[in-house]
Design a protein around this ligand. Structure first.
Ligand code: FAD
Length: 270
């Protein structure tokens, strides 16, 4: 497979840097081809602004969605963004790797998504009718490709469980996994999360690295999180509400968007 790893840590000698090297080494040992977007090293511009849309007239009101649509259609987005889009089209699998900062991705990575996931490419794709609501949530430009997160967290694993004070990790990562990756079509694999990493010793590092190697070995075969397809009949159009009667009785919140029959299977792979 061809794999794009988008790396968001400012220090190459960090734990994240070491885990990135472990992942790349294992993927290459498996015969995969790997490309890396190292956002800090490349001094990625994270903010969306007028400079992203060269054809926007200086006195025109800047409407980011409209500007994105126009520039993507004209293949006139800035060179850095076009290069990332090409890498995404090239790759069979996308890995986003980052330390959890304030229960989210670092701003530089969010800015990569904001700028690269353009209108007409990652959203605003497909027709709207009484049967379909665009190509999204399981369909779209990136359908058929796989994606997963590699995340490190200072907090303990228990703090991220169903009753843990931080909230369940699957809920915290849902806006990324479902809202950013599943939306343009990726099959999203369960995230790799390393907890309590701030004082990780050598033994802890080796155990984490081995767990990561195993996930890299199974990148092509790990079952994806069974999110429901938007246009597969589970949602009412145009309200986009899950049809009454679907999913386990008692399921609430983000869980509703998993196919109930396969919830346990997805959990077991973590
Ligand atoms: P590093 O600091 O580089 O290393 C961590 C430990 O790994 C060090 O002790 C290092 O010695 C050790 N280590 C062992 N082997 C190696 C090796 N081979 N190479 C390198 N290091 C090794 N945590 C949360 O849980 N939730 C949050 O919301 C959250 N918010 C944060 C917000 C900010 C702004 C910051 C700065 C931190 C936050 N944290 C949070 C903690 C954060 O998630 C961790 O600090 C981060 O995941 C650690 O990853 P790192 O790569 O920076 O580790």
């Amino acid at each position: 497979m061809k794999i794009l790893l988008v790396f968001a840590h400012p220090e190459p000698r960090s734990l994240n840097g070491a885990l990135r090297n472990v992942a790349i080494q294992e993927l290459e040992a498996q015969g995969h081809e790997v490309r890396v977007s190292d956002l800090y090293a490349e001094r990625w511009k994270s903010e969306v602004d007028r400079a992203d849309f060269p054809s926007l007239a200086p006195d025109a009101r800047f409407v980011p969605v409209a500007a994105s649509k126009k520039e993507f259609e004209a293949n006139a987005l800035t060179e850095d963004v076009r290069a990332e889009i090409e890498k995404l089209l090239w790759a069979d699998a996308l890995i986003l790797q980052f330390p959890l900062w304030w229960f989210a991705m670092p701003a530089i990575l969010k800015g990569w998504v904001d700028r690269v996931f353009a209108y007409g490419f990652a959203y605003g794709v497909g027709e709207h009718s009484d049967k379909r609501w665009g190509d999204r949530y399981g369909e779209g430009t990136l359908a058929g490709k796989r994606a997963m997160l590699i995340v490190t967290a200072g907090g303990w694993e228990e703090h991220y469980t169903a009753r843990g004070v931080n909230g369940p990790i699957d809920d915290l990562l849902f806006p990324i996994n479902h809202g950013i990756l599943y939306y343009p079509g990726y099959e999203v694999l369960p995230s790799f999360v390393a907890y309590r990493v701030d004082r990780l010793d050598d033994a802890g590092f080796e155990a984490t690295a081995e767990r990561l190697r195993e996930r890299m070995r199974t990148l092509a075969t790990t079952p994806p999180i069974p999110y429901r397809q938007q246009n597969g009949g589970d949602y009412l159009i145009p309200s986009m509400q899950l049809r009454p009667g679907l999913n386990d009785p008692g399921a609430v919140g983000f869980m509703l968007h998993l196919d109930g029959t396969e919830v346990s299977a997805a959990r077991e792979t973590r």
